[in-house]
Design a binder for this molecule. Structure first.
Ligand code: NAD
Length: 500
């Protein structure tokens, strides 16, 4: 099979990378290299930033309604190309086509949100804050913004960022994951087809070399990062050191509490999709079930085990496949080593999916289910990012809540119960950013904002929705008086609205 060579898109033009390092892009279902790209060097990245910086003066003056028109055209193009985009995602990521279409749909919702950008940028006006004096707010773009994205959502996560930033009047550098670049590059082409002027969105593929240029280049004013916690913490610290605005959305270990009064069938169906969908490679995947009471745990294990054993594993284009491969050989080995560690640390491996890794050519791991997991085990403490579900048994709701709150991550969580009091207490007291009640993956929709707590988010700012608009704009407050207003002569005291 011939290998396709990809290029970066800088200033609306396909451009070769100059890092001297060629990235292999795999089809994880076969383990074969299907595409390659030479990574962006520091100087390629600096060139893209310089172009975006030059373009900012012009783009920031384009009225928001004109930017919204481009987003309307883009929305239609994404709808028209959904199948093609989903195919590109599945070819490089390995997730099923239905799942890939789902993430394109969630990205599309952000673009739809941006078609109303005039409304989101609308500001406050206070008349007569003092005699003849008015005050109003402006939300203005900040300049060149950059997005650094992970492999697990090749369409949705980039679309959390650049449509919002661009609609707000910024220019953008999108640094795609070197493992799954094709969909993000195609989305960039479609953005230009929709009428975006060249140089507003510049898309590069690279690694630390490109990222370090983004972190230190003075022209970059804001950085959105989504990825693992160690890298996110580095990006937050380095970007902040260079006085940039940084939001870094990071790793997770999402707990789902199942109370004794929960609807068991609903809980089991929910956790099967949330733990094993996309081979567990979702930052909102459920990786821990906290069963309250042994009876709840026994029933869950009995009901989950046959379903996990019979998960249909295969390539995205095979019929009825429920779970694809993981992203890479390295990831497969990492997940297998965690499963070995769980066994040696004393957890009960109720379903052993390790055998699937030998039955297929690609990077497969079968669904694994651990029972009797405790808080000191590495399968509990660490983000495994694979199809491995841990069941922790606790005696009470209070113990379940404490377990969730003591974990270092705080991205998503869920409670399954029929009791309103318990659900209300949980939503109020849990130290996690996104909470589901009888919903296993509570990913906020476009007009709300996505973000975790604790070591799942650095920089305090959630992404998309109004939090996104605030992140990609700076607030200016104007206080004005006109000559026909009251004149009181020179004043040497600090005045207030009560002075008349
Ligand atoms: P990753 O941290 O390895 O990579 C993320 C990005 O950082 C990529 O663009 C990569 O090229 C770049 N990068 C990697 N190493 C770097 C380094 N040393 N210096 C500078 N840049 C570097 O993450 P991943 O494996 O691509 O994605 C999986 C992770 O992303 C998981 O931890 C998952 O939880 C997290 N994630 C979080 C969210 C969220 O919203 N919280 C969403 C999706 C994924």
């Amino acid at each position: 099979m011939s290998i396709q060579h990809l290029q970066h898109i800088i200033n609306g033009t396909q451009t070769s990378g100059g890092s001297g390092r060629m990235f292999d892009i795999y089809n994880p279902a076969t383990g074969q290299v299907s595409r390659q790209i030479e990574g962006a060097s520091a100087s390629d990245t600096a060139q893209a930033i310089a172009i975006a910086n030059d373009k900012f003066a012009e783009w920031s003056k384009v009225p928001p309604s004109k930017r919204a028109h481009i987003m309307f055209a883009y929305r239609q193009l994404i709808i028209d190309h959904t199948d093609e985009l989903a195919e590109l995602i599945s070819q490089e990521h390995g997730k099923t086509l239905a799942d890939a279409k789902g993430e394109v749909g969630r990205g599309l919702e952000i673009v739809e949100y941006c078609t109303a950008i005039n409304n989101h940028l609308k500001s406050d006006f206070s008349a007569d804050v003092s005699n003849g004096i008015d005050s109003h707010n402006l939300r203005q773009p900040i300049g060149v913004c950059a997005g650094i994205v992970p492999f697990n959502f090749p369409a949705m996560v980039p679309m959390w960022m650049y449509p919002v930033a661009i609609s707000c009047g910024n220019t953008f550098i999108l640094k795609l994951s070197e493992k799954v670049p094709s969909c993000g590059l195609r989305l960039t082409e479609l953005m230009h087809e929709a009428g975006l002027p060249a140089g507003v969105l510049n898309t590069i593929v690279g690694d630390k070399e490109a990222v370090d240029e983004i972190l230190s280049n003075d022209a970059v004013k804001a950085i959105s990062f989504v990825g693992s916690t160690p890298v996110g913490e580095y990006i937050y610290q380095e970007g902040s050191k260079h006085n940039k605005r940084v939001q870094a959305l990071c790793g997770a270990k999402n707990h789902m509490i199942v109370m004794p009064d929960a609807d068991l069938e609903l809980s089991v169906d929910a956790v099967i999709g949330a733990a094993y969908g996309s081979a567990g490679e979702r930052c909102m995947a459920i990786s821990v079930v906290v069963a309250v009471g042994d009876e709840t745990a026994d029933k869950l294990i009995a009901s989950l085990s046959p379903k996990v054993k019979s998960l249909k594993i295969g390539a995205y284009n095979e019929p009825d496949v429920e779970m694809g491969p993981v992203i890479s050989k390295q990831s497969q080995e990492n997940i297998l080593s965690y499963i070995d560690a769980g066994v040696s640390e004393g957890a009960t491996l109720a379903v052993d999916g390790r055998v699937a890794s030998n039955e297929h050519d690609g990077f497969f791991v079968g669904g694994c289910l651990f029972d009797n997991v405790t808080a000191d085990m590495s399968i509990y403490t660490d983000e495994i990012f694979g199809p491995v579900l841990c069941v922790v048994r606790v005696a009470t709701y209070d113990a379940a809540l404490k377990l969730v709150n003591d974990h270092e991550y705080g991205n998503g969580t869920a409670i399954f119960t029929r009791d309103g009091d318990t659900a209300r207490h949980f939503t109020s007291h849990v130290q996690v950013g996104m909470v589901g009640v009888n919903i296993p993956i509570p990913v906020p929709v476009a007009m709300h904002s996505f973000g975790g707590w604790k070591r799942s988010l650095f920089g305090g700012s959630s992404i998309h929705g109004m939090e996104g608009v605030r992140f990609y704009t700076q607030l200016k407050t104007v206080t004005s008086r006109w000559p026909s207003g009251i004149r009181k002569g020179a004043e040497f005291h600090f005045s207030s609205g009560k002075d008349v």
